[in-house]
Design a protein around this ligand. Structure first.
Ligand SMILES: *[C@@H]1O[C@H](CO)[C@@H](O)[C@H](O)[C@H]1NC(C)=O
Ligand SMILES: *[C@@H]1O[C@H](CO)[C@@H](O)[C@H](O)[C@H]1NC(C)=O
Length: 591
């Protein structure tokens, strides 16, 4: 079955995959520098913040909401299952021996674990040699790495994590977990573990009928959360590069722009390239060219690579993952809004493209107004299968699922693996969450004081003005939209998980902030992106890299483009040790 062959990687089927790294700055990382009290946050009470974060003020004492939250937390705990059933290979974090043994010991939640025998069960992982061999060759490995043999499946857990009781003593459990976390290697941020452990704490709070934790419990749990934040910070700093997943119409372009404003460098940033690394061959694959021709009689115009796989020459998942040593961060947006936004965007541009074909006398051309304009759900399903059917799930699962026909993505087969992929992103930012939350996620997750809220790229209103065309009247009728909306169940479920992940991370980051931890020394609370030298000051926040932002193997070129928020400054990155990332300035097809 196709899904069994899925591996963890970041494939950007929508628009682009990105290498973003620290900008040039004279400041080197001073990682020791973190505890600096911030007066505004001294009154923070950890468990006192649970109701407003997880239930919303109006639902604080609502038993129905509490049990819904409990069910979601159980779901989070069981997101690791596809790793043990071998539905997903290469869930790197869970194969890390110390993480693997902690999970085999059921997060120390069993009575046996709680007695603190200190027994570290042997993790059932692939022999170290196998992984090493694979990574050695990555520089040269190409797409054939999709077919490399899968690592040995891990031994299943004796019980699903959701079936375990809450810790008998949160204090003891926090201390024991803390000593295990202290043994974890640098270089990874352990997002899955962080979310599992936070979910355990919030569930324990629900078990206590939502009463505040005692002072000693607060202290022990806060210490654990600060430690989780330190792991994240260390992991991000050690890598110094971010691989973000661009989910179209969900803030992908703006993410790249925010990275630029925070002083990161990438291969290229402008309205069309959005941090794409050309050699990855990640292109826009929104429209099925053959269906377009069948339904309109016209030649395909743009973005018509649905059904066309990346070129054989482009680096595949394993080599890409190893080359990028990547963080994985992404925005999430309510899938129904994403869908409507996507259709409007295509209508806006296809009116131009198709009209141009007619005007240029292309032999096979068609009238936009009798084809795409006002088209029904079945038309859209044919020309844009991914867009009209669980786009997030397809994006998360990569090529193995992306090109499936409408209806080919099912909850039984795809939901659990997609959830586990989502859990592995270091930062997940739900676009519709309150600004206070999203700013915290960026400030503490990436160390970026210039937040997404300062950036509004691909603003549809501005585009409408530019092209003097309003696509709204040409959207499918509301009945037809309802058909399309009704199909996004798997994505809605994933979005629910994304929102909860955002809340769990917010809790950890807020605890760290209250303890006086700052992402990096000297980070301003906020900065005006219009200000001069902001990107030199911020230097990509946590992503300045282990050697500081002036790493010797990077050459930076600074170019100023005229006007336009989107292209103020572009830098080019070269890495002598990653020849395949060399930019080719090949024009991507994103615009
Ligand atoms: C949808 O529109 C196409 C024309 O594009 C038409 O052939 C088809 O019958 C319509 N389907 C429904 C269910 O209305
Ligand atoms: C989008 O652009 C319009 C017109 O240029 C502007 O009025 C509006 O505030 C912009 N929206 C956002 C979210 O930036």
């Amino acid at each position: 079955m196709l899904i069994a062959r899925l591996i963890i990687c970041v494939i950007l089927l929508a628009a682009s995959c990105s290498g973003i790294s620290a900008a040039s700055s004279r400041r080197t990382s001073r990682s020791s520098s973190t505890r600096r009290a911030r007066s505004t946050e001294t009154s923070f009470s950890l468990s006192g913040s649970f109701p407003s974060i997880f239930l919303g003020d109006e639902h604080m004492n609502n038993p129905g909401q509490q049990s819904a939250l409990r069910a979601k937390l159980s779901m989070v705990l069981d997101t690791v299952e596809p790793h043990y059933s071998d539905a997903l290979h290469r869930v790197h974090e869970l194969r890390e021996p110390k993480v693997a043994s902690l999970l085999q010991e059921l997060l120390l939640l069993t009575r046996e674990g709680a007695t603190g025998s200190g027994r570290h069960l042997e993790a059932s992982i692939a022999p170290a040699g196998a992984e090493a061999a694979e990574e050695d060759a990555v520089g040269l490995r190409r797409r054939s790495d999709r077919e490399t043999s899968s690592p040995k499946p891990p031994k299943p857990l004796s019980k699903p994590l959701s079936t375990l009781p809450s810790p008998q003593s949160l204090v003891d459990w926090s201390h024991k977990i803390g000593s295990r976390l202290a043994q974890l290697p640098a270089g990874t941020s352990f997002p899955v573990l962080r979310r599992l452990l936070t979910a355990v704490v919030v569930r324990a709070w629900l078990d206590g009928a939502g009463k505040r934790l005692t002072e000693v419990e607060e202290e022990a749990v806060s210490g654990l959360f600060v430690q989780l934040y330190m792991l994240h910070r260390r992991g991000a700093m050690n890598r110094g590069i971010m691989d973000y997943q661009h989910v179209s119409k969900s803030g992908g372009t703006s993410w790249c722009h925010a990275a630029q404003l925070n002083g990161c460098t990438t291969q290229r940033f402008d309205r069309f390239f959005v941090c794409g690394v050309s050699s990855f061959d990640d292109k826009v694959r929104w429209v099925d060219g053959a269906a377009h021709t069948r339904l309109t009689g016209a030649e395909p115009t743009r973005w018509y690579l649905h059904g066309t796989y990346r070129s054989e020459g482009a680096p595949g998942c394993a080599s890409r993952a190893a080359q990028m040593l990547a963080n994985r961060w992404t925005y999430y947006r309510n899938p129904l809004r994403r869908l409507a936004s996507h259709l409007r965007f295509i209508l806006l541009h296809y009116k131009r493209f198709m009209t141009a074909q007619v005007e240029e006398g292309v032999e096979k051309s068609a009238d936009f107004f009798t084809t795409y304009a006002g088209a029904n759900a079945s038309f859209w399903s044919s020309v844009a299968p991914a867009i009209s059917d669980n786009y997030f799930a397809r994006t998360l699962l990569g090529e193995a699922a992306w090109h499936a026909p409408v209806g080919g993505i099912t909850a039984d087969t795809h939901l659990a693996p997609a959830r586990l992929v989502l859990m592995q992103y270091d930062i997940v930012v739900p676009l519709e969450s309150p600004t206070e939350l999203t700013s915290r996620l960026l400030a503490f997750g990436a160390g970026w004081p210039v937040s997404y809220t300062d950036v509004h790229d691909k603003n549809i209103t501005a585009l409408q003005e530019m092209f003097d065309f309003d696509p709204s009247p040409h959207m499918p009728s509301s009945d037809e939209m309802d058909i399309l909306y009704g199909r996004q169940q798997i994505d809605m479920d994933l979005y629910g998980l994304a929102v909860l992940i955002g809340q769990l991370d917010y809790l950890v980051y807020s605890t760290a902030a209250a303890a006086g931890v700052v992402p990096w020394d000297g980070m301003p609370d906020n900065v005006n992106p219009e200000e001069d030298n902001v990107n030199y000051r911020v230097a990509c926040g946590l992503l300045r890299g282990p050697g500081g932002a002036w790493s010797s193997h990077m050459v930076h070129r600074r170019r100023r483009a005229n006007g336009g928020a989107a292209g103020r400054e572009t830098r080019v990155r070269r890495r002598s040790d990653a020849a395949s990332l060399e930019e080719t300035s090949r024009r991507d097809q994103t615009g």
